[in-house]
Design a binder for this molecule. Sequence first.
Ligand code: ZN
Length: 138
Amino acid sequence: MKLASTTTALTYRRKEFSKAVKREALGRSGGLCEGWGTKVGLIGSTRCNVPFGVAVQYDHVDAINNDDVSVDNCQCLCVTCHAYKTAKIDIPKHAKVKRIFDKHNGIVRPKGKWPKRKFNQPRFDNTKFIGAELDHDT
Ligand SMILES: [Zn+2]
């Protein structure tokens, strides 16, 4: 997601891959899942290589830059890899971009929702607890 101007960030819609790009990416994958490494929940630097049945899903490699719909930004994933990457990588990244965008543009929680603590007063009246402690010892 590009945050160059406010209007583009607010009216943002991600772009989808064209049919030609999907065909090219599928040919490149060789009919096997291109999920690679810890990004899709695999151990170390291994490739998933699950053969596609009916379910092949096309994923934006760079989740933030969804405007890039070229073959370089497209990968073919199995359902498991795609679900893992979406939940663990993409959604947190988008949330972080949104937080940074909000902070940069002064979009914050309204102030004064919680009462402020008065520092010249104790947090609570503890005199009765002191008395109860003395009764307990006797
Ligand atoms: Zn996979």
